[in-house]
Design a protein around this ligand. Structure first.
Ligand code: DMJ
Length: 685
């Protein structure tokens, strides 16, 4: 397949850019020649069928083809002229966008979606050609590398559900064949517990979900959708069983790594032996769905237990330090952020609530508390333009705010919107009696943060965001808690726009790893608000990826060193989440809204969709939060009387009560994780 990198993408500071985008979008011309395997052909076949291009079978079979010809010929000629005029008028109305309720009806989103599919096919084709079966793909050196001796299917498994959504039958067949004959997880090697869960277990489970629930997606005759289709689920169960040893710590909080052959959990070699908080608390959607599918309660209980141990620490306002010791179940240091090592803890709170059809209110409560904590302690404003910044507290909530956002934090706008409406559109959610000022404010916050994340892209010459962005802020910081500030309605594309002064990119943070978070949030914001501006931002970002991350020839796309320098210097790595997440979210953003309705599914943190389900008789949350007062502070608990022998371990209401203090361990000197980008380009949670 040939693939042409866009040659006529308007330059970053060209004032014609938006206009050209719209005009080009409406032209119907494709900059990305498509070999036509999938929805495009399917759709044209359907349209062709409707208008009889396949020979008008019913007419031909049931009636003579000249049945009306003689007596109705003149009538037809008159009607043809009228119909021609009518069509012209309709075309004009369409071109002027008169019938469109919102957005620009001249933009052909289906065509844009096809561009995404072409980019995916190019990336996948390059991987197939140069690195098939390898866990890593290096598009500059055009080779691959394994992460474990025989490979884990890192790229293949992570991409499975995108292949299905894009209806790429040939490719899915190839992938399935490899999984069936080559993939074994019985390998004597350590793997990261979290990354393996979200990418491999998550990828297999969503492949199982899509292939069995939507058998028309990239069907493999005689296999997919039939009761015999258990390959993905078998592999998932085998993998999960090998991961279970990670949970065998004293506290139940999983170890950072696990050996896939021995099943032995391995304490982190870094960070004083602590696991990342996000890593320990972003395994639950996968384990719970697997438990539901197999009826194996053990998967559920192990994952659930982690949440209890974490919450028992009763951290102030639901905001957690980013490291947790697996043996003790207590936190290390006070570093609080929603970027690397913190992010998906918050994401999985609201998603656990939605996954089990709102039958576990504990997770809604935890999400609400954490989001209120974010608003109170972490949301500040940049200056001079008052953009909303979700900052960090590297030394704890009582210490200074750091006005810095990892790109990873940009999952938040979409997740906040998802939490506010439960996945419905705002218009639908507002009809419910439960809609309140709180949801209204959350939607406002989501929109503001979305704009800040969009600005991270718009601010650079490549139109791509750096890994980390710093902000100029007021001194002392103006916090959202003290009052919401007015930010610009629109971020102007002009090269000397004032809002650009608010963004600071440090050289060490200027790389781009093809990350999905902003596109992910744009997808949620589009689905939930129906505001087409989010699709338009997404389209600009997509074009920037095409223009500035393309490797030579047919080698696909790659990470880059510095988003502030043109021409871009390439990093020689295509992340598996480029296929699993970034391109999938672009594809969904430009596609119809009834594919994977947000009210029916949850997407795991690697963009793998799982269905929502009911708890049923077998499963329950099984734990309660420690009692808190209205402000969220944990209430004093009764302790057993000192010296009382043979106590039953239960609280004695007669004895003096004391407050249980949860003390984080002393700050460790030299924790530079907030200052420097991580060397490991894949491990980032
Ligand atoms: C992905 O593996 C997941 O989205 C994870 O939650 C964060 N890091 C990458 C993408 O940036």
């Amino acid at each position: 397949m040939s693939f042409s990198i866009p040659r006529n993408v308007p330059s970053f500071d060209n004032p014609q850019r938006q206009y050209e985008n719209a005009a080009w979008g409406s032209s119907g011309r494709s900059r990305f020649p498509d070999s036509g395997n999938g929805y495009a052909n399917g759709a044209s076949e359907k349209i062709g069928g409707m208008f009889g291009t396949k020979g008008g079978l019913p007419m031909y079979k049931d009636k003579p083809y000249n049945y009306f010809a003689s007596r109705r010929k003149a009538w037809f000629q008159r009607k043809r002229v009228l119909a021609g005029i009518g069509l012209l008028l309709l075309g004009l109305v369409y071109w002027l966008g008169i019938l469109s309720p919102a957005g620009d009806s001249r933009i052909d989103w289906d065509e844009r979606r096809e561009r995404v599919k072409s980019a995916f096919k190019l990336s996948w084709g390059a991987y197939e050609k140069y690195a098939w079966g390898h866990d890593e793909y290096h598009p500059i050196s055009k080779d691959g590398r394994q992460m474990v001796p025989n490979g884990m299917g890192w790229i293949i498994v992570d991409a499975l559900d995108t292949l299905m959504l894009m209806n790429l039958t040939t490719q899915i067949n190839h992938a399935r064949q490899w999984i069936s004959t080559n993939l074994t997880y019985d390998q004597d090697h350590d793997v990261n517990t979290f990354e393996t869960t979200i990418r491999m277990l998550g990828g297999l489970l969503s492949a199982h979900y899509l292939s069995t629930t939507f058998p028309d997606m990239a069907p493999i005759p005689g296999i997919q959708g039939s009761s015999g289709e258990d390959l993905y689920l078998e592999k998932a169960s085998d993998l999960a069983d090998r991961l279970m040893g990670a949970y065998d710590s004293e506290s139940g909080v999983p170890y950072a790594s696990v050996n896939l052959h021995t099943g032995k959990g391995i304490v982190s070699h870094q960070d004083g032996g602590a696991s990342s908080t996000a890593e320990a608390t972003s395994l639950q959607l996968e384990m719970k769905y697997l438990a539901k599918l197999t009826g194996e309660k053990n998967y559920w209980d192990k994952a659930e237990k982690v949440m209890q141990v974490v919450d028992d620490n009763a951290m102030e306002d639901g905001l957690l330090p980013i490291f947790i010791y697996a043996d003790r179940g207590t936190f290390r240091d006070n570093n609080i952020r929603l970027g690397s090592r913190g992010d998906s803890y918050y994401e999985y709170l609201i998603k656990q609530y939605l996954q089990t059809s709102k039958q576990e209110p504990i997770y809604s409560e935890m999400w609400d508390q954490a989001l209120a904590g974010v608003r109170k302690h972490l949301i500040t404003y940049s200056q001079p333009s008052n953009l909303t910044v979700l900052g960090e507290r590297p030394m704890g909530l009582q210490s200074a705010l750091a006005p810095k956002m990892d790109h990873l934090v940009c999952f938040m706008p979409g997740t906040i919107a998802l939490g506010a409406t439960g996945g419905r559109t705002v218009a639908e959610a507002k009809l419910e009696a439960s809609w309140s000022k709180q949801q209204e404010e959350e939607m406002d916050l989501a929109k503001q943060l979305m704009k800040t994340c969009w600005g991270m892209y718009l601010d650079t010459p490549t139109g791509l965001a750096p890994e980390i962005t710093h902000f100029e802020i007021y001194d002392p910081p103006k916090m959202m808690y003290d009052g919401v500030l007015q930010l610009p309605d629109v971020l102007s594309h002009s090269a000397d726009a004032e809002w650009r002064k608010d963004y600071v990119i440090k050289p060490a943070d200027a790389h781009n790893l093809q990350r999905p978070e902003t596109v992910e949030s744009l997808f949620y914001m589009w689905r939930i608000t129906g505001d087409e501006v989010y699709r338009e931002w997404g389209w600009e970002i997509f074009q920037s990826f095409m223009k500035y991350t393309a490797a030579d020839g047919d080698a696909g796309f790659t990470s880059i060193d510095d988003v502030t320098v043109i021409p871009t210097s390439k990093r020689d790595n295509m992340e598996s989440f480029w296929l699993a997440e970034t391109l999938k979210y672009f594809y969904l953003l430009f596609g119809p809204t009834d594919i994977l309705p947000l009210t029916d599914i949850v997407l795991n943190t690697e963009a793998h969709p799982f269905p929502r389900f009911e708890l049923g008789k077998l499963f329950s949350t099984g734990w309660q939060r420690r009692p808190r007062d209205k402000s969220g502070k944990v209430l004093p608990v009764a302790r057993e009387a000192p010296g009382k022998e043979g106590g039953d371990g239960k609280a004695d209401p007669q004895v003096k009560v004391e407050t249980v203090q949860v003390v984080a361990t002393p700050a460790t000197v030299g924790d530079t994780s907030t200052l420097v980008p991580k060397a490991d380009v894949t491990g980032d949670a």
